[in-house]
Design a binder for this molecule. Structure first.
Ligand SMILES: Cc1ncc(COP(=O)(O)O)c(C=O)c1O
Length: 598
């Protein structure tokens, strides 16, 4: 007799799959299929029925549903790990697996979901298909590098070549952007393969937790984030489980979708995350998913444009504070929007001041969209809630600014201090006429996964979400959504926060290391620069230092501040941005950086 919820059951509930595309009674095929499966199993197996019944009194309806999903989905996954039997035998095998799993979860002797899962696996496949050991999945540590003879001379040669490459760009009057720098790095790497470790990949805002071992103090992060070990294996299985559940519930998972907004369950995860940082009130019909922050921003621009056009504004302009991630300006222009740049200052932490913003909005009444990137890129800073409040209060205070749609690019929400993020989120929440775009790319450390969630709390914008969706796409990829949902089943907020700590750690180490060259980096004298949002370090350069000289002198591949402005003007602040998602900054890396810098 169960008098309390066994630990293994609680854990199973925490990582249980959900109905991916539950749209209420309109589409609850997966839920119905799962319920029917468990009913069928219970009818045939009184012990399972009895156990589930006992748990009913101990679990909330939502927890009961989660357990049902967990049981059916996990039993299918285990049973399906071997080639399928004839249908009746396969069904018997699935049911027997479900019953064994339930027994193991509730036995009292097995204390964790993980062990219940493993024991079940071993019962089903005692000999010929054993559950693979975790060790198989753990990443190898790097072997220590052999000594490089004549290292100093070789590094000097590398620096000279590097400088010559930079000179070509200087002569052409070109500011290399991130991908130019990446191509240059690959070129130099193929010329000097042994010196690879002396060229530091700090250019593009990518994240890579697998190619190189991360810092020893953060060695738990790749596994926590599901890149190695058993979690990786479970995530892979779960992604397949989602596709299996949908298929078996009769959903055509290779087909078009009548409402290409993305899975409801993923939207819910996005809203939960936003809610965690104080953002809420989204309209039910006002949310959608898309391929990463960039496509979600693209759709947000189309949505804003459509809303404004229905209100009679035919040629709106979108305003972009700079320095900023300039690709978004191109994205906006590609939707047919006009754009303008609002240049911010270092002493304002690269945020618009309410006065300057008001002045530009009054002078240009055609500005109807304001894009805010309140965290990180390139500024490495979480915008002060107070500053954002002043801006939003100013917008609320003027009748002619009431219809301005604020688009918040929240690609970095959560990175940096938690309370600062929450204060910021709560403040951004005060404007209803807005669209929030939350990209999962950096937050899950998977830029290539291409997943983002967006939403608006404004019913006047929300009503155009479906019509716009129908104009832009016929379907959102099922495998991408299955993978993202699987990741989010196993990678929890506390894991993501640990990743953000790793970003922050790198930022601190980086800034510390740059102090070695005060002739290049103005770290000590920077009056106003704060680095608190992690993933990047936007660093002021000493007077007269050309950002293109930094790379050959230090081996640090960064991005010149100029790449973050739309227009070229003489007093662009002399900064360089280092992106910290790829290059682990271990003691060994720091030693090499020091060597390159000396
Ligand atoms: C401010 C900002 N928004 C959005 C993105 C793009 O994210 P995604 O890879 O999700 O398209 C980036 C990428 O660096 C970014 O810096």
């Amino acid at each position: 007799m169960l008098t309390e919820v066994p630990q293994a059951i609680s854990e199973a509930i925490k990582i249980a799959p959900v109905d991916p595309q539950y749209y209420g009674p309109d589409d609850d095929r997966v839920t119905r299929f799962v319920d029917q499966t468990i009913d069928t199993w219970s009818n045939a197996e009184p012990e399972l029925a009895g156990g589930l019944n006992q748990l009913k009194d101990l679990l909330t309806p939502l927890e009961q549903e989660a357990l049902t999903f967990y049981l059916a989905s996990t039993a299918f996954a285990i049973a399906d790990a071997a080639p399928p039997l004839e249908k009746p035998q396969q069904e018997i095998k699935e049911r027997a697996t479900g019953v064994t799993l339930f027994k193991n979860l509730t036995s009292g002797e097995i204390e964790s979901e993980r062990d219940a899962f493993r024991t079940t696996w071993q019962t089903v496949y005692p000999e010929n298909l054993s559950f693979a050991a975790t060790a198989t999945f753990t990443r190898e540590t790097v072997l220590s590098q052999p000594e490089i003879p004549d290292l100093d001379a070789k590094l000097a040669q590398l620096k000279a070549d590097f400088a010559a490459e930079m000179q070509t760009w200087k002569d052409a009057g070109k500011t290399p952007e991130m991908r130019d720098m990446l191509s240059m790095k690959l070129k130099l790497e193929s010329k000097y393969p042994n010196l690879k470790d002396y060229m530091f990949d700090l250019t593009i805002g990518d994240v890579d937790l697998v190619s190189n071992p991360v810092e020893p103090e953060y060695s738990d992060v790749p596994e926590r984030m599901g890149f190695t070990g058993e979690k990786l294996w479970r995530i892979d299985q779960r992604a397949k489980e989602y596709q299996r559940l949908l298929r078996r519930a009769g959903v055509n998972i290779t087909g078009y979708q009548p409402i290409p907004l993305g899975w409801n369950a993923l939207i819910t995860r996005g809203l939960d995350y936003l809610g965690h940082y104080g953002m809420n009130g989204y309209q039910n019909e006002g949310c959608f998913m898309d391929y990463g922050g960039s496509y979600a921003m693209d759709r947000a621009f189309l949505l804003a444009k459509r809303t404004l056009s229905e209100e009679g504004v035919t040629s709106p302009t979108a305003l972009f504070p700079t320095p900023g991630f300039m690709m978004m300006k191109d994205v906006a222009e590609n939707t047919g929007l006009k754009t303008m740049e609002l240049v911010t200052k270092p002493e304002d932490h690269f945020l618009p001041t309410p006065d300057k913003l008001k002045e530009i909005l009054l002078a240009h009444p055609e500005i109807k969209i304001l894009v805010l990137t309140p965290i990180n890129n390139p500024g490495s800073h979480v915008a002060e809630a107070e500053r954002i409040k002043q801006i939003l209060d100013m917008l609320e205070g003027e009748q002619q600014f009431k219809d301005i749609i604020v688009i918040n690019d929240l690609a970095y929400l959560g990175t940096g201090d938690k309370d600062q993020n929450t204060q910021l989120g709560k403040t951004l929440n005060q404007r209803r006429r807005r669209i929030d775009v939350l990209a999962w790319t950096k937050l899950l450390g998977r830029p290539g996964l291409r997943c983002a969630t967006a939403g608006t709390p404004d019913p006047e914008i929300a009503k155009w979400v479906k019509p716009v969706a129908r104009n832009v796409t016929l379907a959102i990829s099922y495998p991408m959504q299955a993978e993202t949902l699987a990741v989010l089943d196993f990678v929890k907020l506390e894991d993501m926060e640990r990743l953000y700590q790793l970003y922050r750690h790198r930022q601190e180490k980086m800034i510390e290391t740059l102090k070695l060259r005060p002739d290049l980096f103005d770290i000590y004298h920077a009056l106003v620069t704060t680095w608190d949002a992690a993933l990047y370090a936007f660093v002021p350069l000493a007077n007269g230092v050309d950002p293109l000289d930094i790379m050959p002198q230090t081996g640090l591949f960064g991005t010149s501040a100029r790449a973050f402005y739309a227009s070229v003007f003489p007093d662009i602040p002399n900064y360089i941005r280092f992106a910290l998602g790829k290059q682990p900054i271990t003691e060994q890396t720091i030693d090499r950086m020091r060597k390159m810098m000396s």
